[in-house]
Ligand binder design. Structure first.
Ligand code: C2E
Ligand code: MG
Ligand code: MG
Ligand code: MG
Length: 279
């Protein structure tokens, strides 16, 4: 919906806007049936701890394959699911499925492995969200410290009081919280301390040009040192080259995630990677 702040903001409804709106409506209604029709799945991407070379965690990333529309990217359908409220049921399915998969991996002997899931603000703001997490952990017999919840920096903005209370409760339960896409939002150092954050995920936009952008190198180095000072771990996202890896290691980054190691892949493909890596 356009903001009506004055004459200058008036926009005509162009054919392109019309196409986008009708695509969004089409996706919204197709998404209502996606879960029950088995069109949603999770892919997993490993995070590697640099000081021991182990895969400490896998991030669950949602995929949607529609029989006629093909693969639809999360960046297209997640906002639609958020605006229509469907993210609540889809998000619960994501957490339950990721924990059930982690249970199978623990049963295979990969007992140190954790799973990370992405959360939307709407999920996090549900009044009984910590209770939901507790219930899902019990259902799958997973210890709370094996689950990481990835939140973006915007999540706390409109209701910092409730956000702090929810964070405190999750922290007390033993669940770990990460700030995703760190550096693209508005967190203050003060907030990071209050929120009892376990790790910062350095956004891939700072990692991409590490080889030839001195500013990005300075920023990444500063983020890592700030996190170290606060006792917060760091994970670099979007690591694609050996040169990026070398710099991150030299600066003391804790974990890395990116195509250099593996893209997000279906559970069976990642399982082979995990077993090979553990051997
Ligand atoms: P994110 O959580 O920051 O995930 C990282 C994205 O970067 C993923 O895109 C991943 O496939 C991609 N990526 C990983 N390594 C590399 C690399 O080396 N190079 C490049 N160029 N990209 C890399 P994806 O899977 O398309 O997900 C996009 C975003 O959609 C995610 O960003 C997350 O914000 C959201 N998302 C995905 N699954 C869920 C979900 O279950 N719930 C919610 N609320 N959001 C989700
Ligand atoms: Mg993420
Ligand atoms: Mg990210
Ligand atoms: Mg993102």
């Amino acid at each position: 919906h356009a903001k009506a702040t004055g004459r200058d903001d008036f926009r005509t409804f162009t054919p392109q806007m019309q196409r986008q709106a009708s695509r969004a409506l089409q996706l919204e209604s197709a998404l209502r049936k996606a879960l029950e029709r088995g069109q949603l799945s999770l892919h997993y991407q490993p995070q590697i701890t640099l000081d021991n070379g182990k895969v400490s965690c896998v991030e669950a990333l949602l995929r949607w394959h529609h029989p006629q529309l093909g693969d639809i990217t999360p960046s297209e359908f997640i906002p639609i699911a958020e605006n229509s409220g469907q993210i609540l049921s889809i998000g619960e399915w994501v957490i339950r499925s990721a924990l059930a998969q982690l249970r199978r991996w623990h049963d295979l002997g990969l007992t140190w492995l954790r799973v990370a899931v992405n959360l939307s603000a709407l999920q996090f703001r549900q009044p009984r969200f910590p209770q939901l997490i507790e219930q899902l952990l019990q259902e799958c017999r997973i210890a709370p410290d094996m689950l990481e919840l990835e939140l973006t920096e915007g999540v706390a903005i409109d209701n910092p009081h409730q956000a702090v209370a929810t964070m405190r409760q999750l922290h007390a339960q033993g669940v770990r919280m990460s700030v995703d896409d760190f550096g693209t939002g508005y967190s203050s150092l003060n907030q990071l301390k209050r929120f009892q954050i376990y790790k910062l995920k350095i956004d891939q936009s700072f990692v991409r040009d590490l080889d030839n952008d001195g500013n990005d190198r300075a920023l990444v180095s500063a983020i890592i040192r700030m996190a170290q000072a606060l006792g917060i771990r760091t994970t670099a996202e979007g690591v694609e080259s050996q040169a990026q890896l070398d710099y991150l290691r030299e600066q003391g980054c804790c974990e890395v995630q990116g195509y250099l190691f593996s893209a997000a892949q279906p559970a069976d493909v990642i399982q082979a990677f995990l077993l090979q890596h553990a051997a």
